[in-house]
Design a binder for this molecule. Structure first.
Ligand SMILES: *Cc1c(COP(=O)(O)O)cnc(C)c1O
Length: 392
């Protein structure tokens, strides 16, 4: 098959010289017909794998019914998805967005507006070193990725950085201007580093005591990724605001900002967007959420996460690697050296069938398979990884 030239695409990152043409479940096929076992899944986005029939059906059906009446009017899928999300979380209201960064922008705006109304103009949101919240100016400023403080300077002000799992480092930053604390329950881009349950509980206690909002960025950890519908549930806490992205759309652009009633303070015109809450994407969100809520689905995610973790620990022991960490089907393996990018490339280039992995750090491999991945496919990935690790 002839592939088009990619020269007209703006360069933003190094990409391998191949074009993907189709996918099914945990497998994706390139333009030469080579198959790859996919443990990246669109960056933890395709929670039901590639082209699941329920998403294809939801898209086809909704596309033939109503695509976008404009955000100035209600539509049934958005109302229904919002209803489902509040029924299954501790939140009361939902605003839909098109990307995780946009949902986080909304969370930041909501917290600042609340600060203007309720905390005499407090606007600072404490975030964390190595955190990741997106690529808009404000969410890059909220992120704690090394080097990002100088990219696109000047930053958006008001995001002092604390250290994850160090409650004193948060307490030390609280001042007159503080309005909220925002974190990922498991730092995804940093390499699947979990906030401990004790830390999350201490954070909830600290923010409540100071009258601050707690914002959970569950763009990566939400929608079943950690074995519960939302990662905050593991710690038994209730945040005031949560954002969702990635998995909620199962591969299509859908994200959400959820908040408790007493925090919902937007006035008319404060927040919106042309595509926000469009029925085409909301219909997909319903199909995804209904799948996750089916009896036994999330228990299976947790069990397969344990299975993957055990396999990674065995490889770590066999090859003298570092620790294995994460939650559910968001896991990472620390290597003893900086081979991660080379292993990712070697996996892609494996003869016959390739393997797609991600290296969020030079010494860390990250695993984010479809939540529908089979034990068989996890076993196959571990065997392929074993071959890669054993190669000189
Ligand atoms: C991916 C991610 C985002 C950004 O989502 P986009 O859809 O890429 O804008 C924000 N927060 C976290 C925790 C993420 O993993």
């Amino acid at each position: 098959m002839n592939s088009p030239s990619t020269d007209a695409l703006m360069w933003v990152t190094e990409r391998p010289d191949l074009i993907f043409v189709e996918g099914r479940g945990s497998w994706i096929t390139d333009h030469r017909g080579k198959r790859y076992l996919d443990f990246v899944q669109g960056w933890a986005v395709n929670c039901l794998g590639h082209c699941p029939p329920q998403i294809a059906a939801a898209l086809a059906q909704q596309a033939a019914t109503l695509i976008n009446p404009s955000p100035a009017f209600f539509n049934e899928p958005a109302a229904r998805l919002a209803q489902l999300l509040v029924e299954h979380s501790c939140f009361d209201r939902v605003f839909f967005a098109n990307s995780g960064a946009e949902a986080n922008e909304g969370a930041i705006k909501l917290a600042r507006k609340w600060g203007q109304q309720r905390r005499s103009g407090a606007f600072e949101i404490i975030t964390f070193e190595n955190g990741f919240h997106g690529r808009t100016l404000a969410t890059m400023s909220a992120s704690g990725k090394p080097g990002w403080d100088r990219l696109f300077a000047p930053q958006v002000a008001g995001f002092p950085k604390a250290r994850l799992n160090a409650i004193d480092s948060v307490a030390a930053l609280i001042g007159r201007d503080t309005v909220a604390v925002m974190l990922e329950p498991v730092q995804g881009e940093a390499g699947a580093i979990p906030a401990t349950a004790e830390f999350l509980r201490a954070l909830r206690e600290l923010t409540t005591r100071h009258g601050l909002l707690l914002i959970a960025d569950e763009v990566q950890t939400g929608m079943g990724r950690t074995g519960r519908l939302f990662a905050y549930q593991h710690a038994g806490i209730e945040p005031d605001i949560m954002t969702l992205g990635k998995g909620i759309g199962g591969g299509v652009p859908l994200a959400a900002l959820l908040a408790r009633e007493e925090v919902c303070c937007f006035a008319a015109g404060d927040q919106g967007g042309t595509y926000n809450g469009n029925p085409l994407m909301a219909a997909v969100g319903i199909a995804v959420l209904e799948t996750l809520l089916a009896p036994g689905f999330l228990q299976e995610v947790a069990a397969k996460g344990d299975f993957l973790a055990a396999g990674l620990r065995a490889l770590s022991e066999e090859f003298g690697l570092g620790d294995e960490r994460g939650a559910g089907l968001l896991r990472a393996l620390r290597l003893a050296d900086e081979r991660a990018p080379a292993l990712v490339e070697a996996g892609r280039k494996l003869a016959a069938e390739g393997l797609l992995l991600n290296a969020p750090r030079p010494n860390v491999l990250r695993f984010m398979p479809a939540l529908t991945v089979s034990r068989d496919e996890i076993g196959r990935m571990l065997e392929m990884l074993r071959r890669l690790l054993a190669a000189p």
